[in-house]
Design a protein around this ligand. Structure first.
Ligand code: DX5
Ligand code: ZN
Length: 221
């Protein structure tokens, strides 16, 4: 299974965002966290900025919406040309229609579940979605600790996806570092978000951090 790394620009320097986007060009996707200060107690960026990121990013956009009224807004993010748009399960009123609207606007449709939200209802909708995001921290902030107790849920999703034979990706987001990435991959993740581990702020290059994460995920024997 190929591992995809999706660095989160939540830990990048927003004043030098174009530079920081170029610095992660060896990753697979760029993870863009959209927060509205209602669904989560934090505020980041919205449509016009996602549109500009789309125009300059060397990588496809993995947009993660932590906003209320996802049914209304998610398709608009898909229209920016984003590769993938993830809505929060807890914020969707009509998930099936919403997923179809995202796909209809040309993006992959994905659903995120908070640590306390069961994944089972979504396993019956696998043919309507392209990715499940299992949150491994409470959404809202970078730099939190990985919640190991989300792993049974990740395994359950992996089993259902494999049994379906569908091309549904399985992403984890939150607390990923050189140790926890191994845990996440062992439990079935094929797509991994990492914010503070990539933009470490300690002088290390994001490109080196990405390479270290890939190695940590699949150590050479
Ligand atoms: C948290 C965001 C994450 C965040 C992860 O709610 O969804 O994408 O950037 O940050 P780290 O990797 O530092 O936990
Ligand atoms: Zn995220």
């Amino acid at each position: 299974m190929p591992l995809r790394i999706s660095p989160s620009i939540l830990s990048a320097d927003f004043v030098n965002l174009e530079r920081d986007l170029q610095r992660i060009a060896t990753a697979d996707l760029v993870h863009v966290d959209v927060m509205d200060n209602h669904f989560v107690p934090n505020l980041t960026l919205g449509l016009p900025i996602v549109q500009r990121i789309q125009e300059v990013s060397p990588l496809p956009l993995d947009v993660h919406l932590m906003i209320e009224d996802a049914d209304r807004w998610a398709p608009r993010y898909a229209e920016t040309g984003a590769f993938s748009v993830t809505f929060s399960a807890e914020a969707a009123r009509d998930p099936k229609t919403l997923a179809r609207d995202i796909r209809g606007a040309g993006a992959r449709a994905a659903v995120a579940v908070k640590p306390g939200t069961p994944v089972e209802p979504w396993l019956d909708l696998l043919d309507e979605i392209d990715m499940i995001l299992v949150m491994t921290v409470e959404p809202g902030f970078g730099g939190q600790s990985f919640l190991d107790d989300t792993m049974p849920k990740l395994r359950k999703a992996r089993e259902a996806i494999d049994a379906s034979g569908l091309d549904v990706w399985l992403e984890v987001d939150g607390g990923i570092n050189d140790r926890t990435i191994r845990t996440a991959v062992k439990n079935g993740a094929d797509t991994v978000v990492a914010g503070s581990a990539v933009y470490a702020g300690d002088g290390s290059e994001p490109r080196d951090r990405i390479a270290a994460l890939r190695l940590a995920a699949a150590p050479v024997a």
